[in-house]
Design a protein around this ligand. Structure first.
Ligand code: IMP
Ligand code: MG
Length: 196
């Protein structure tokens, strides 16, 4: 399945289409599975911490699935920026927006879009454990295997992701495509365009 994703005006039209990797119904079904697994672990005073920005859509759907699974999670957000491009080996992480609630003695579920190097999730997990959380587990929509720079495994994984740059369902490239209700890969082809 392909989805048109806009085009540029001019002599040469750059057509960008999105090849769908994980469609809406697949994602929805997986969210229900993850929510049931979280509920089965009987979390204590559950706090869901969504890692902005990429996880916002996954988190919104997963939180509603958690409700359907009988849980009453509270919800927080954290926004971090990693310097992956500038300092590949140092893996520094800066907190742009911090959690506001007290996490002491609570079971925390970190929710993120993709687990790749693991730096962001490992940093957030260490931070919340240092603040006294009882447990910090993580749910990621996608996992890219073989890309880990630090030792961390997600407790709940939506799908294993091929080693491709993916967009949609909250994830972007240059601020675009977050609105797509599915996960896909951008495909670019140049086409000659005749004036109409
Ligand atoms: P890491 O695990 O610390 O390397 O961080 C992974 C983060 O990089 C994800 O949360 C995304 O924000 C971003 N990212 C990695 N791969 C992709 C991709 O294929 N598409 C969009 N964002 C990505
Ligand atoms: Mg992210």
């Amino acid at each position: 399945m392909r989805s048109a994703a806009g085009n540029d005006k001019g002599q040469t039209m750059q057509t960008k289409s999105i090849r769908v990797l994980f469609d809406e119904s697949k994602i929805a079904a997986r969210n229900e599975d993850i929510a049931k697994a979280v509920a089965a672990s009987k979390p204590h005073d559950l706090l869901v911490v969504a890692v902005l920005k990429g996880s916002f859509m996954f988190a919104a759907d997963l939180i509603r699935a958690l409700h359907r699974a009988g849980l009453e999670p509270q919800v927080e957000f954290v926004h971090m920026s990693s310097y992956r491009e500038a300092t590949v080996s140092s893996g520094q992480v800066e907190i742009l927006k911090d959690v506001e609630s007290d996490v002491r003695d609570r079971d925390v579920l970190l929710v993120d879009d993709i687990l790749e190097s693991g730096r962001t999730l490992a940093f957030a997990k260490d931070l919340l454990m240092a603040r006294g959380a009882r447990t910090v587990k993580s749910a990621v929509l996608l996992e890219k295997p073989g890309k880990r720079a630090v030792q961390i495994d997600a407790d709940y994984i939506g799908f294993e992701c091929p080693d491709l740059f993916v967009v949609g369902y909250g994830m972007d490239v240059a601020h675009r495509y977050r609105q797509l209700p599915f996960v896909g890969v951008v495909e670019t082809e140049n086409e000659d365009r005749k004036e109409q």
